[in-house]
Ligand binder design. Structure first.
Ligand SMILES: *Cc1c(COP(=O)(O)O)cnc(C)c1O
Length: 389
């Protein structure tokens, strides 16, 4: 081995020693509440398939039928010859769903965030990000070359101080529902401060769309905010929608700008048309199946009430993301491993995904969980946290 690789190997060893080594579990079954791992069935409490649509028969059926019609590969980027009728119809339906002029599909949420920020910002501009924003938003801000500022979590006054000093175009960027905490960004106050400072506001509602608000309209619907209040809305399709991909929705000018300028849109293969068709079916269920959101609310309320009684450290979250803050990374990993032995999959989320000393068990619910499964998880959590003091 070369000297460089000796160093890399030492770095890996060092990660392992502090409980920060990441590894994958190989899943042998479809996504769902029950996963098969190493030949064993475990109850899954860490998926983002909140509504339980990833393996819904109607979604799978639409995918198969569309693959028969369109094939699998999309052949090229959207601007060459990869933009199918399925993509086009889904974009129109997503625009209607979000109450915006237009929507534009991206192959992933990560790419959507990089693309939007690079298209809207240059070196003479400024971007302001919540300290707890998703990594893709932070990377997008850095990649854009704009002056980059992070404000204290959810702290609009702190943001206003930064905004005062800024030059060029100003973009404020936030998660809607925070991905690792489950709490809501103060979108109404953010929208007011954006307007007062002639700044754009961009919301990444990956975890709110489908899950929060009437008909799953997400956090903007919850706060009653429209396209003028929040000009840039990003949503992902791999979470509440249960499929894959992402979109940005907003004004005609915004969407045309992204079409012309977003490099992660222009220089990449369109997602498969069959995914778009499957998502059209899942979007219908997102809108119509209120019972899925009601079920999530019931499970969440139940979990919070019982976890509080057990003295587990909860976060102020009203969403199906219910992290239990552990602190030390190795302890979070030990508890997660003990839970897996007991038949529950709950992943330990560690730095740098979350701030130092705030490693956590990120518990998430699906509309397909049953109350008794939540009860069993709580029993296992109580035992595991006592076992790893
Ligand atoms: C998952 C996620 C993304 C990335 O979306 P992908 O489609 O998985 O690339 C972006 N932002 C947030 C807040 C997310 O949770």
């Amino acid at each position: 081995m070369t000297a460089t690789f000796t160093q890399l190997s030492a770095n890996l060893q060092a990660l392992n020693e502090v409980g920060l080594y990441r590894s994958r579990r190989v899943v042998e079954s479809p996504q769902g509440v029950n996963l098969q791992i190493d030949g064993r069935s475990v109850v899954n409490f860490c998926s983002n398939d909140y509504l339980g649509l990833a393996n819904h028969p109607a979604v799978v059926g639409a995918f198969k039928k569309a693959a028969d019609h369109y094939g699998v590969g999309s052949g090229s980027a959207h601007l060459i010859c990869g933009h199918s009728q399925a993509h086009h119809a889904l974009e129109e339906e997503l625009a209607a769903f979000t109450g915006r002029d237009r929507a534009l599909l991206f192959s992933t949420g990560y790419m959507a965030n990089l693309g939007v920020m690079s298209a809207l910002l240059g070196r003479t501009d400024s971007v302001f990000e919540d300290r707890l924003n998703h990594a893709s938003l932070l990377d997008g801000g850095l990649l854009s070359g704009a002056s980059f500022k992070r404000y204290a979590h959810g702290d609009v006054e702190n943001l206003a101080l930064h905004l005062n000093k800024a030059t060029g175009n100003k973009l404020i960027v936030t998660d809607g529902v925070f991905s690792m905490d489950g709490n809501f960004a103060p979108l109404r106050a953010l929208s007011e401060v954006a307007t007062a400072n002639h700044a754009w506001l961009m919301v990444d509602d990956a975890h709110g769309l489908g899950v929060i608000g009437k008909q799953g309209g997400g956090l903007l619907d919850y706060f009653g905010l429209n396209q003028t209040d929040v000009p840039v809305l990003m949503g992902t399709l791999g979470k509440g929608f249960g499929t894959f991909g992402a979109f940005v929705a907003g004004s005609d000018v915004l969407i045309e700008t992204l079409l012309q300028k977003a490099r992660t849109y222009i220089y990449t293969t369109a997602l498969p048309a069959a995914i778009a068709e499957a998502t059209r079916v899942s979007l219908k269920m997102v809108i119509s199946d209120n019972w899925r959101r009601e079920k999530l609310q019931t499970l969440t309320d139940y979990f919070r009430q019982r976890a509080g009684q057990l003295g587990l450290q909860l976060s102020p979250s009203a969403s199906p993301i219910q992290p239990i803050i552990i602190g030390e990374s190795q302890r979070a990993v030990d508890i997660s491993n003990t839970l897996l032995k007991a038949g529950f999959l709950v992943s330990a989320i560690r730095p740098p995904t979350v701030p130092k000393n705030s490693a956590r068990l990120r518990v998430t619910f699906s509309a397909l969980h049953e109350e008794h499964q939540v009860e069993q998880l709580l029993d296992a959590l109580e035992k595991a946290t006592l076992q790893h003091k």
